[in-house]
Ligand binder design. Structure first.
Ligand code: PFF
Length: 463
């Protein structure tokens, strides 16, 4: 009965596209992308990021769709159906662990975004200056009570939508709001183009200087690609399990990757135009978005209205992305463990709120747990680093290997071509080749080089 309800799925290809885009477009575009690009030197890093999307991200996304739509199951159930070998279950374990780790910090940042809507309405940003916005951000994260309360509000909103039935909720919300988000970001860019720092912002984003690129930076670019496209933890397996039999999975993957990248770049242009116009630091970290966008909209007609709209839409993007990662857990607990949907949502939300609070209270110099470090990183950073840069790429690597080497090729062809209805044999062959020989090798190289092993090997060989 429960299964039947889940297997209803999205009502059309368009709905599947918007829902998947709703998962991909989130705080990753609006908050993470600008500051990570800023910290890693701009254009050269971006080129590596694009390469990661094309050579690894897209093949992994199609593979996740394949796993999901073929099995119509949650991540653990799907893997069990594809192979009886126990070791592949690590994909399920990695996915579930990653979902928790990301939610611990992601819901905290979503809380800051929600709180900005409230603060802007209250007039806290009237007459904003570079100094005042920095102070506002420090106050927002310092807490200790408010950031936790906002994080709980985010989890409550997400839980209510999930309990009420994801399908209609997600489908309806994403279909109407994704286009609006897009339009708003364009408005934001039109304003940003009138700022004095716009030229510098373009050369920062589009004129590569490879001297800034490190092997750690390449790992970060790979991690960002996985995080951005919601890959490596089974989100796209879960959403793929909702797709209709007619859905063109290649088309959906390509459209999602392109739209997601465009949204990220548009946000990047707005943020960096403000950075260079107001003499801020491109590498100022997780606060970057919160310290720039209020300045972009300051002192222009309807600025306050636009600022509210921007943060409302950022809140929506954060919410739809959080729903998609939470759904990985809910699908797992309801299908594998037999829990009711309501119980799975509530218990998980409580656990995430509790552990997430430690992460949220570790941000900023004045916060309660700011001095606590694990392997030299704060609690927030360790969850972020472990999930984005380790768990997601490892999960993606294993899924690429599972589909590339374990699943029968004939079956992959049949599923991806919708039983031969789509005439895309060449595309499938190309995808299969990249998935088997290019994506896994690149992933392994990136890992080895980020832990310094590759440099040692090269030195050994070259003497
Ligand atoms: N892609 C989302 C973003 O860019 O904000 C974050 C995300 C959602 C990551 C779902 C992973 C995931 F499974």
């Amino acid at each position: 009965m429960k299964n039947n309800k889940r297997r209803e799925g999205f009502s059309s290809g368009l709905a599947a596209f918007f829902a998947t885009l709703g998962s991909a477009v989130g705080l990753g575009n609006i908050w993470k992308f600008p500051y990570v690009v800023g910290e890693n030197g701009g254009a050269a890093f971006l080129l590596v990021y694009f390469a990661c999307i094309i050579l690894v991200g897209l093949p992994v996304m199609v593979s996740e769709f394949y796993i999901g739509r073929k099995t119509r199951k949650n991540i653990m159930g799907a893997v069990k159906e594809l192979t009886t070998k126990k070791r592949w279950r690590s994909i399920g374990i990695i996915g579930i662990l990653a979902a928790y780790f990301i939610m611990f910090f992601y819901t905290g940042v979503a809380g800051w975004v929600y709180s900005y809507v409230f603060k802007i309405l209250r007039g806290d940003f009237n007459g904003a200056t570079a100094q005042s916005v920095q102070q506002q951000f420090t106050n927002t994260t310092a807490g200790p009570v408010a950031p936790i309360v906002w994080q709980i509000i985010v989890l409550t909103v997400v839980s209510v939508i999930l309990i009420g039935g994801v399908k209609k909720g997600i489908e309806r919300i994403t279909k109407t709001l994704m286009p609006v988000l897009f339009i708003l970001i364009i408005v934001c860019d039109i304003r940003a183009l009138t700022l004095p720092g716009v030229k510098e912002s373009f050369s920062f984003l589009f004129k590569p200087d490879f001297s800034h690129l490190t092997s750690q930076g390449i790992l970060i670019a790979m991690g960002l690609a996985f995080f951005k496209l919601s890959l490596g933890m089974g989100t796209m397996v879960t959403y793929g399990s909702y797709f209709t039999e007619e859905d063109n999975m290649f088309g959906t993957a390509a459209k999602v990757a392109i739209s997601d990248t465009i949204v990220s770049l548009l946000v990047g242009i707005a943020v960096f135009s403000a950075v260079f116009s107001f003499n801020m630091e491109a590498s100022s970290g997780p606060g970057l978005l919160f310290m720039t966008i209020p300045l972009v909209f300051s002192k222009i007609p309807f600025g306050k209205f636009l600022l509210i709209a921007f943060f409302v839409l950022a809140s929506i993007a954060a919410t739809t992305a959080t729903i998609s990662m939470f759904e990985v857990l809910i699908a797992y607990y309801t299908e594998q463990k037999g829990a009711s949907r309501k119980k799975a949502v509530i218990l998980n939300a409580i656990v995430i709120a509790f552990i997430g609070a430690f992460s949220t209270l570790s941000v900023g110099e004045t916060s309660l747990l700011s001095g606590v470090t694990i392997f030299g990183k704060g609690i927030f950073d360790i969850f972020d680093f472990l999930s984005s840069n380790i768990l997601l790429p490892v999960g993606g690597l294993l899924m690429a290997l599972l589909v590339g080497y374990i699943a029968p090729k004939e079956d992959i062809k049949r599923e991806l071509s919708n039983n031969g209805k789509l005439k895309i044999a060449n595309i499938i062959d190309f995808y299969y080749f990249v998935l088997r020989y290019i994506s896994p090798i690149l992933l392994v190289i990136v890992f080895l080089s980020s832990v310094g092993v590759l440099e040692k090997i090269i030195k050994l060989i070259t003497g």
